[in-house]
Design a binder for this molecule. Structure first.
Ligand code: SF4
Length: 128
């Protein structure tokens, strides 16, 4: 009788998924879905500095973890030079669901938009 040499098979190799950069229409679809709840994307987006940038720069796939500070800074650098930043921020603060904040939009991180939303939503006379 011989001892079994069977071992547990190694896990399947994980394939790295690469995502292609989005073209302008792809960015519109993402924005429409994430920010505007299916409504059409406003015309100002034609001048958005992020339109030619990879989606992952603004919406990194972090599996729920905080995005890397360097990634957030790089996205904010694009927003800082964007000619439509003010209207972008105004729209995201109007349309974005507080339960689904993600990524850098309008020059602010999700946490910064959350904080800003809280300031505007605080009842009059409330103090901390
Ligand atoms: S402010 Fe940032 S997120 Fe908004 S349109 Fe400009 S580059 Fe895009």
């Amino acid at each position: 009788m011989s001892a079994s040499l069977e071992t547990t098979p190694p896990p399947p190799a994980r394939r790295r998924v690469t995502r292609p950069a989005l073209d302008a229409e792809g960015v519109r679809v993402v924005l429409r879905t994430l920010l505007f709840r299916g409504a059409s994307v406003p015309a100002w987006h034609d001048d958005a500095a992020c339109a030619s940038r990879p989606r992952a720069l603004f919406f990194p796939d972090t599996d729920g973890a905080r995005p890397r500070a360097a990634t957030v800074r790089a996205a904010k650098d694009v927003c800082r030079r964007c000619p439509v930043r003010a209207v972008c921020l105004e729209d995201v603060m109007t349309y974005e669901s507080p339960a689904h904040r993600h990524g850098v939009v309008g020059g602010l991180s999700a946490a910064e938009r959350h904080h800003r939303h809280g300031l505007h939503a605080a009842p009059l006379g409330a103090s901390s």
